[in-house]
Ligand binder design. Structure first.
Ligand SMILES: Cc1ncc(C[n+]2csc(CCOP(=O)(O)OP(=O)(O)O)c2C)c(N)n1
Ligand SMILES: [Mg+2]
Length: 790
């Protein structure tokens, strides 16, 4: 392995030998991280005292990743490439740490990891060590925008990074196991959205090491021609690199990468200089190398290199088995560390100089620390789009349509700096955001027909029926310093629950890493909501993404339920300008009454929740709380019913826009101080709360509040079908009659009225049910109900 004989190819003999030495150094440092806590340069025979007590890490994927790093370094230097390296199998963390150390980035960012023996010792010791660094490519790893812990998102992140970055090349390793995941399988189609004129390039490498943890991979066990055809079918031009002899492989790799980069350059030239608008077949590489390449070939008589057994720690049980210790010693010495590091432990200068310099080093690429490049989004004055309120609740407006107008203006205002995109799974128009498409177009590099509308090679709205792709593209886009918004049907956003988890984790950790600069927030707009699935029914009814996000760190998540268009504008403006959050905005698209003037909306959103004085009495006996547009409508209608039935009842209406304000301040930065909460919801006063989502969300948020025992919540309780909007409320007991009855039941002095109220409730619901069954629509008095004009 170490004796690299000259083989014909683009590399000179010296270059080949040095590249191989560099690769040996990266592999040596990778193995060292997994195993050693001392004796970093193997200056004495290994003893058990040198070995970590817990061997935690993944070797199998690492030598392949290291091999590519060395080759990217050559190409970056020779071609002055601006290159980002995205690693799908992020469990190959030791490799990325090793390489960023060798190129000097690591020491620059973490000066205590010096370029000497002590530094290497610390480098080894910190890996997978309590309070050290994670075993995966993580936010702590320089050069990374991708954790890779949860497999499946590498390619979509790579594309997200490449959009609107015409000078960037994103080399992306896809694990052959990772390639079996749903998100990755669909991500190949991203090439139908990448424009060589205005976007950068993605260079996918399918790392066909043949195995996952315990099984072969599908793509390694189909005929090579079938695999090539699969890639051709996805629209790529497949190249292949196969073998295990380093000398041959370095030459072949250099030749194949030269060819692939020439191909990328030709595609870009055709688009940028020759006016070609054709969708190109971008090159991709199938790299067939052994799993655990250069590691132990056999352990305890069983084959390891080139098999699934190489996945994690090929030699375990070192403390029980002296033979394994000897084998580790032999394996590590096979890289000849004494030839790679000088007596002080410094990487040999003639090898070190093979790395690119400054920002060209992949560990230092500014795109991997997107906050460095982040330009603030130009957000035009949202007040210009305000809905005029002439009488509360009188006009019906589609709130998201108003937001669409703002988003359109945002798109125009950032046309020059090209750093804003809107993503959605085929529902942007359905969610009434069509204005953002007008004049902007939807990105589309595939075929178009005369019947198509608004498809454009330079479109900035990204629509694909894959929530995974929308989410992944947006993440890649944000992590490289841009802005965006993901609009989705409420029920189906759950498809990316897990991706949202991972992004939340990334944000949580980066907040604690000083050199990671803040990035734009990930903004979700959920529309097509649970309450208004008139034609779609039960399958489309699920407000549970709120519950899901609530589990995340309070520092990271914000959840807003604007009740009308003006509050939606104010919330959206705030979210688009924010940093390092996941903002969830839940807002309806159906025509709905409008409540607040724009000034009131801004004031209300600033507080997050508050009394609506125009609907409230002084010295309340009951609080009618509401959050979400439909619950707000029902709560206000209930207030009117109560004023008719119990004219002397004193009611306070509190609306909640910022859900997190309900939590105590100790739990969330937006939490309302207890004294203020007690003023809104006085101790001893019953609260009837109409909530957009699952009712226990409100209990969870308020359980430490003094008045919690008096908070009674109505919300979605998993009752649904294809029915009328008001019947949905009735089915889930959040309708105005139920809320009014709840109030009568809860206010002590109204106890004598309960029987009559229950009778009244039954009659009202019966009348409603009969009418709906007969007419297929809601009662006119329900549909046409308006807040009384003052
Ligand atoms: C979504 C997901 N499912 C399962 C795992 C557990 N896991 C970690 S590594 C691995 C095998 C990965 O195989 P491959 O992508 O081929 O990577 P490599 O062979 O390069 O290690 C699995 C299943 C995971 N990390 N993510
Ligand atoms: Mg594999």
């Amino acid at each position: 392995m170490n004796k690299v004989t000259a083989v014909q190819g683009p590399l000179s003999a010296e270059q080949l030998a040095k590249m191989n030495a560099y690769w040996r150094a990266a592999n040596y440092l990778s193995v060292g991280q997994i195993y050693l806590k001392d004796n970093p340069l193997l200056e004495r025979p290994l003893t058990l005292d040198d070995v970590k007590p817990r061997l935690l890490g993944h070797w199998g994927t690492t030598p392949g990743l290291n091999f590519l790093y060395v080759h990217w370094n050559r190409l970056i230097r020779e071609r002055e490439l601006n290159m980002l390296y995205v690693i799908g199998p992020g469990h190959g963390g030791p490799g990325l740490v090793a390489n960023t150390y060798l190129e000097g980035s690591y020491t620059e960012i973490y000066p205590h990891i010096e370029q000497n023996r002590d530094g290497i010792k610390r480098l080894f010791r910190q890996f997978s060590w309590p309070y050290g660094i994670p075993s995966h490519v993580a936010p702590e790893t320089p050069g990374s925008i991708h954790e890779g812990g949860e497999l499946g998102y590498s390619l979509v992140h790579a594309y997200g990074a490449a959009f609107d970055n015409p000078d960037l090349i994103v080399a992306c390793v896809v694990g052959d196991g990772e390639a079996e995941t749903g998100p990755l399988a669909t991500s190949w189609h991203s090439n139908k959205f990448l424009n060589p004129l205005t976007d950068g390039a993605v260079l996918p490498i399918l790392h066909l090491n043949g195995y996952k943890i315990a099984n072969p991979t599908i793509l390694a066990r189909i005929p090579h021609a079938e695999l090539e055809n699969l890639m051709r079918g996805y629209g790529y031009e497949p190249f292949t690199l196969e073998g295990d002899d380093p000398a041959v492989m370095h030459q072949q790799a250099a030749a194949v990468f030269d060819a692939m980069l020439d191909r990328i350059a030709a595609i870009q030239k055709a688009a940028r200089e020759e006016g070609s608008t054709a969708r190109p077949a971008w090159p991709m590489l199938i790299m067939r190398t052994p799993k655990g390449w250069t590691g132990p070939k056999f352990v305890d008589g069983k084959p390891v290199e080139g098999t699934w057994r190489a996945h994690q720690v090929p030699l375990d049980g070192i403390f029980q088995n002296p033979e394994h210790l000897a084998q580790l010693d032999e394996w590590m010495r096979s890289y000849k560390p004494e030839e790679l590091f000088d007596a002080k432990g410094r990487f040999r200068p003639d090898l070190a100089e093979m790395a690119p310099k400054g920002r060209l080093r992949m560990g230092m690429n500014a795109h991997s620390n997107g906050g460095l490049l982040l330009k603030p989004l130009n957000v035009p004055n949202f007040r210009e789009f305000a809905v005029k309120i002439e009488g509360r609740g009188q006009a019906d407006v589609e709130s998201t349509r108003i937001l669409g107008q703002l988003l359109h203006a945002v798109m125009q205002a950032n046309r020059e700096q090209k750093n804003f995109r809107v993503f959605g799974p085929d529902e942007t128009a359905s969610n009434r955001l069509a204005d953002v498409i007008t004049g902007t177009g939807k990105a589309w590099m595939a075929e178009t027909l005369p019947v198509d509308e608004n498809l454009s090679e330079t479109g900035r709205v990204m629509e694909v029926l894959s929530e995974h792709m929308c989410q992944g593209w947006l993440e890649g886009y944000l992590l490289t310093g841009r802005h965006g918004l993901f609009n989705c049907y409420e029920a189906f956003i759950h498809i990316i629950d897990s991706m949202a988890n991972q992004h939340a984790k990334w944000l949580k950790v980066t907040r604690e890493i000083p050199w990671r600069k803040p990035i734009a927030s990930l903004n979700y707009l959920l529309s097509s909501l649970v309450w208004r699935q008139d034609h779609n029914g039960f399958s489309h009814q699920d407000p549970g993404f709120i519950d899901h996000l609530m589990n995340k760190k309070a520092d990271v998540v914000r959840i807003y339920l604007p009740p009308d268009a003006n509050t939606l504008l104010s919330v959206a403006d705030h979210c688009l300008r924010s940093r390092n959050y996941i903002n969830l905005i839940v807002a309806g698209k159906q025509p709905a009454p409008q409540w607040l003037t724009i000034d009131e909306a801004v004031a209300h959103c600033t507080l997050g929740l508050g009394v609506w004085p125009w609907a409230s009495d002084d010295d309340p006996e009951v609080v009618m709380a509401c959050s979400g547009d439909v619950p707000t409508l029902e709560a206000l209608a209930a207030v009117c019913l109560l004023r008719e039935r119990v004219p002397d009842l004193r009611i306070r209406v509190v609306n909640v826009v910022d859900l997190m304000a309900l939590q105590p301040q100790s739990e969330h930065p937006h939490g309302l101080p207890d004294e203020e909460f007690d003023q809104l919801f006085p101790v001893g006063i019953p609260v009837v709360f109409a909530f957009h989502g699952y009712p226990w969300v409100i209990h969870r948020l308020t359980y430490r509040r003094h008045n919690h025992n008096n908070i009674h919540v109505r919300g979605y309780k998993e009752e649904g079908t294809t029915t009328t909007p008001f019947d949905m409320c009735v089915l889930n007991n959040i309708d105005r009659f139920q809320l009014a009855l709840d109030v009568i039941r809860r206010v002590p002095r109204l106890a004598p009225k309960i029987d009559a109220a229950e009778q009244w409730y039954s009659e009202a619901i019966q009348r409603h049910k009969l009418y709906v069954a007969e007419n297929g629509d809601d009662l006119p008095e329900i549909k046409e109900w308006r807040w009384p004009k003052s």
